[in-house]
Design a protein around this ligand. Structure first.
Ligand code: ZN
Length: 257
């Protein structure tokens, strides 16, 4: 399987070769359009060669370039959870289903980042994005979906892996390569993330999704944030972050700013 990582500022966008076309997994923040185009050019892929975008969930750092990409190539089919439709239309990261940061150290890091970036021309994270209105051509998935059934001629399937957000999905290829979006992560490990992403809606559900990923014969995990890693890391770290240590309110505070 040919996998290309178009690494943006914080988000990994993956291109997977499928016959003469490419599947794109996730996009970036909406301010990263030029960077995205440059990265695409660097690997000699044109937007016209993208047949599908699979959106792992609705968050701003994953869906931000949808409108730009579809403006450039209206034939791209966007694949997402059926639960992403309304969330994309709202234009902001969902916090109505609860959630918080994995621990106090992450909360502290985020406050420091806010302090440092204040007034220094750094792009502020607002957790908002240009709303995306699903088109007739888009594919809303529910439960388990074989890639073949959505016109992607590769061995694999899409499964629901909620917990980070209600609409999180993962792409599980038959060879064990698993593209999980934010259902797992490999960054800020020094702050005790333990392969969790920093924001989680429901910790129990999050780890249940890990169990699902493991039982679906995952081998190599490709997260949207950080480097790929072996599934053994998920097995070893399952349940390590506790719900009672989550910091609940910072995210909503950030949303109001
Ligand atoms: Zn996310």
């Amino acid at each position: 399987m040919e996998i290309i990582n178009l690494k943006l500022k914080v988000t990994n966008c993956f291109l997977i070769k499928c016959e003469t076309k490419y599947i794109l997994i996730d996009t970036g923040y909406e301010y990263e359009w030029e960077l995205f185009c440059k990265k695409l050019k660097d690997v000699s892929v044109s937007i016209n060669e993208i047949s599908h975008i699979i959106l792992t969930h609705h968050h701003d750092d994953h869906c931000g370039l949808l409108n730009n990409l579809l403006e450039a190539n209206k034939d791209i089919r966007v694949v997402m959870s059926h639960l992403a439709k309304d969330l994309l239309l709202k234009g902001e990261n969902d916090i109505t289903h609860g959630g918080g940061l994995v621990n106090k150290r992450i909360s502290l890091l985020f406050s420091l980042e806010r302090l440092i970036s204040n007034g220094k021309g750094v792009v502020k994270r607002t957790l908002k994005f240009n709303p995306y209105k699903t088109r007739e051509n888009d594919i809303l998935v529910k439960g388990e979906t074989q890639l073949k059934d959505i016109g992607v001629n590769l061995q694999g399937k899409i499964i629901e892996t909620p917990g980070h957000s209600i609409d999180s999905i993962s792409i599980m290829f038959e060879d064990g390569n698993s593209f999980v979006g934010d259902a797992a992560a490999n960054f800020l490990q020094f702050a005790g993330t333990k392969y969790c992403v920093v924001f989680i809606c429901d910790m129990d559900e999050y780890y249940n999704s890990w169990r699902k990923i493991i039982s679906n014969h995952a081998k190599e995990i490709f997260p949207a944030h950080g480097r790929p890693f072996n599934v053994k890391k998920l097995k070893a770290n399952i349940g390590k972050n506790k719900r009672e240590n989550m910091v609940m309110n910072l995210y909503s505070e950030r949303l109001e700013r």
